[in-house]
Design a binder for this molecule. Structure first.
Ligand code: IPM
Ligand code: MG
Length: 373
């Protein structure tokens, strides 16, 4: 039985629109193959929204998102705002506000490795074998959203880091559940030798672990974890941590995969879930058809899982593995022998539609291969 789903699309800034286009193509291919119907509403956020409305997250976008079954986001951010750190309106504010507005308290970032990309990681290949990590980062609390103060003379500032037990429990429950479906290892990262909030995290999560006897819980100081992710990343299965530690360590962990462009993410909670590649808006590449669409396409796979369509999600993941392992990759992966963003999207769709290796004419693909100019 086919299903109908309505998806909010926020292309955003820089390469956001291009990678989002390829992600939509893969959704359309899935719809065709499985007899589903996906409809889309486009909405503004980030620098694009500031330029058009003065607001990085217009109310109309919030309304569209709330009325949808899922949200697909490209990227937000523009360098013109980085020059002035005191700028009152910034594209990122849109992202932070939508997370809070929709109650998206859990950010899920899987870090997968592909043998054909081992050489691209700064970490030695032998350490990358069997690396398959999922990070659960708390997304609507902690230092990001605590009270912020700057004294009148502008010489002293503070950011309050605050968490309560229910905020910790709701994301920890998701992480435990996910661990049950994987290697059954959960590692909590904290700084409980110093921070009161971390002590609360450790106490709360340790108490919860009695309810998940099948999951082995380890607690690790975040500074040690920063090192362990590089010297022995294969030890991790599911990682759970608070907002800012998760922000920092998920960027660190992303280098294990070889390219930032490959990684998807999901932000889930009480409202409509949001899916986005973890890479930024990469404005230097915008409009050149060279950005890696895989992070966006795999975000669609996470979306389909979330919407209860695991088989459809698996079809997308299989297609991405097929392109990646066969050398159909973008410039970030192979600067000498690369394919365009749109070609990768097309090949992923061909694979979803069961056009096997033979049906995809090598000659046609060769024509669309880029040449170095
Ligand atoms: C992320 C980003 C955001 C964050 C920025 C853009 C506000 O780094 O999604 O990880 O810090 O959460
Ligand atoms: Mg970040």
């Amino acid at each position: 039985m086919g299903v109908n789903k309505h998806i909010a699309i926020i292309p955003g800034d820089g390469i956001g629109p291009e990678v989002t286009n390829q992600a939509i193509r893969s959704l359309d291919a899935v719809a065709k193959k499985f007899g589903h119907q996906f409809t889309y509403s486009f909405a503004l956020m980030g620098a694009d929204a500031i330029d058009k409305t003065g607001d990085p997250l217009p109310q109309e976008t919030i309304d569209i998102c709330k009325a949808s079954d899922a949200i697909l986001l490209g990227a937000v951010g523009h360098p013109k705002y980085d020059i002035d750190p005191a700028a009152k309106v910034r594209p990122e504010q849109g992202l932070l506000r939508i997370r809070k507005e929709l109650g998206l308290f859990a950010n899920i970032r899987p870090v997968a490795t592909y043998p054909s990309l081992y050489h691209l990681s700064p970490v030695k290949s032998n350490l990358l074998e069997h690396v398959d990590i999922v990070i659960y980062r708390e997304l609507t609390g902690g230092i990001y959203f605590g009270k912020k103060e700057l004294n009148e003379t502008g010489t002293e500032a503070s950011d309050l880091c605050i968490y309560n037990v229910s905020e910790i429990r709701r994301i920890a429950a998701l992480a435990f559940e996910h661990a049950l479906k994987r290697k059954r290892k959960l590692t909590l990262l904290d700084k409980s030798n110093v921070l009161e909030t971390s002590k609360l995290w450790r106490k709360t999560v340790s108490e919860m672990s009695a309810g998940y006897p099948g999951v082995e819980l380890n607690c690790m100081y975040v500074d040690n974890a920063a090192m362990q992710l590089i010297i022995n990343p294969a030890q991790f299965d599911v990682i759970l941590t608070e907002n800012m530690f998760g922000d920092i360590l998920s960027d660190e962990a992303s280098v294990l995969s070889g390219s930032l462009g490959m990684l998807p993410s999901a932000s889930v909670g009480t409202g409509t879930a949001l899916f986005e590649p973890i890479h930024g808006s990469y404005p230097q590449a915008a409009g050149k058809d060279i950005a890696n669409p895989v992070g966006a396409i795999l975000s669609v796979a996470m979306m389909l899982d979330h919407l209860g369509m695991p088989e459809e999600a698996g079809t997308i993941r299989h297609a991405v593995e097929w392109t990646t392992q066969n050398g159909f990759v973008t410039k970030d992966i192979d600067p000498m022998n690369f394919y365009f963003t749109s070609t990768i999207g097309e090949l992923v769709c061909d694979c979803i539609m069961n056009k096997t290796d033979e049906a995809i004419h090598k000659a046609n693909i060769e024509i669309r291969k880029s040449t170095i100019i």
